[in-house]
Design a protein around this ligand. Structure first.
Ligand code: PEP
Ligand code: MN
Length: 263
C-alpha cells in the first residue's frame, strides 16, 4: 500500500486546508515538550509569525530516563488545543501507547508515533484505525525498508494518511546526537508515494546544525520539516540544546524560502 509501484502519484494529506506532500513544503515547529501555558503560547505565536503552518509539542514524552520530565500529559493536550484556538495552527503531538491513544486522538490533528515506537506493532495497528493522519518517525536503528513496513502496518488497517519522518539514525559518529540520513529522502521518493519530512533537531541534537541541515533537506526534496523552537532553550525541560530561539527560527525560514516557496 505504501509502494509507489502500485500507486504512482504522490499522496497529498490535507489538514485544515494545509497540504502535505505532492510538492508542497510544510513546516511544523514548536517546543519539544509543552511546559506551561505561557511557554506554549509564546512559542506558538512566534513560530506562526515566521510562517510555520503547524504547531508541534509533546504532552506525553518518551524520555530515556524515567526520572526525566515525562510531559504534562492531558493538561498539555488541553494547552495545545488552546494554542490552536489562539493561532489557527493545527497540532502534531506524540501518542506513546494504546492506553492514552483515545485521549491524544481526540485533541490532536496529527498523531506522531515516535522513533522508539516505530515497531510497536499493536500501536501501529491502533493508528491504522484512526481517522487522523499519522506522522511516523524512523526508528533509531531502523532501515528504510523497516520504516516502510511500519507504514504498511498502519495502512493495512485502513488509515492511508501516513507521513514519514527521517530524524537521524544511530551510527558510530558521536559528535551529533544521531546521523541524518539525507539519502532516505530520494530513496523513499523512489519507493513510496507517501510524504517524507525531516526532523533536523533530533537528527543533530545541536541547534547550530539545524539551519544547514534544514536547507539540505529541502534541497534534496523533503516535503517539509519538523523543528524544535524554544524562547528560553537554556531553561527547556527537554531538548534545549537542539532548540532554536525564535529569531534563529526566523532566519531559517527566510533561508528555506530562498530554496522553495513554503505553502
Ligand atoms: C520528539 O519529536 O520530541 C521525539 C521524541 O522524537 P523522536 O521520537 O524522533 O526521538
Ligand atoms: Mn524533542
Amino acid at each position: 500500500l505504501a509502494s509507489r509501484h502500485f500507486h504512482p502519484e504522490d499522496t497529498i494529506i490535507e489538514v485544515d486546508g494545509i497540504k502535505i506532500g505532492g510538492g508542497n513544503i510544510t513546516i511544523m515547529a514548536g517546543p519539544c515538550s509543552v511546559e506551561s501555558e505561557e511557554q506554549l503560547m509564546t512559542i506558538a505565536h512566534a513560530v506562526k509569525k515566521e510562517g510555520a503552518q503547524m504547531l508541534r509539542g509533546g504532552a506525553y514524552k518518551p524520555r530515556t530516563s524515567p526520572y526525566s520530565f515525562q510531559g504534562m500529559q492531558e493538561e498539555g493536550l488541553k494547552l495545545l488545543k488552546k494554542a490552536k484556538e489562539a493561532t489557527g495552527m493545527p497540532i502534531v503531538t506524540e501518542v506513546m501507547d494504546q492506553d492514552t491513544f483515545d485521549v491524544v486522538e481526540e485533541y490532536t490533528d496529527i498523531l506522531q508515533i515516535g522513533a522508539r515506537n516505530m515497531q510497536n506493532f499493536s500501536l501501529l495497528k491502533r493508528a491504522g484505525k484512526s481517522n487522523k493522519p499519522i506522522l511516523l518517525k524512523r526508528g533509531l536503528s531502523a532501515t528504510i525498508e523497516e520504516l516502510l513496513m511500519s507504514a504498511e502496518y498502519i495502512m493495512s488497517k485502513g488509515n492511508q494518511n501516513v507521513i514519514l519522518c527521517e530524524r537521524g539514525i544511530r551510527t558510530f559518529e558521536t559528535y551529533t546526537r544521531n546521523t541524518l540520513d539525507i539519502s532516505a529522502v530520494p530513496v523513499i521518493k523512489e519507493l513510496s508515494h507517501l510524504p517524507i519530512i525531516i526532523d533536523p533537531s533530533h537528527a543533530t541534537g545541536k541547534w547550530t546544525m539545524v539551519e544547514p541541515l534544514s536547507k539540505a533537506s529541502i534541497a534534496v526534496g523533503a516535503d517539509g520539516l519538523i523543528i524544535e523552537v524554544h524562547h528560553q532553550p537554556e531553561c527547556a525541560l527537554s531538548d534545549g540544546a537542539q532548540s532554536l530561539k525564535p529569531e534563529k527560527f526566523a532566519r531559517l525560514m527566510r533561508a528555506i524560502e530562498m530554496i522553495a516557496p513554503i505553502h
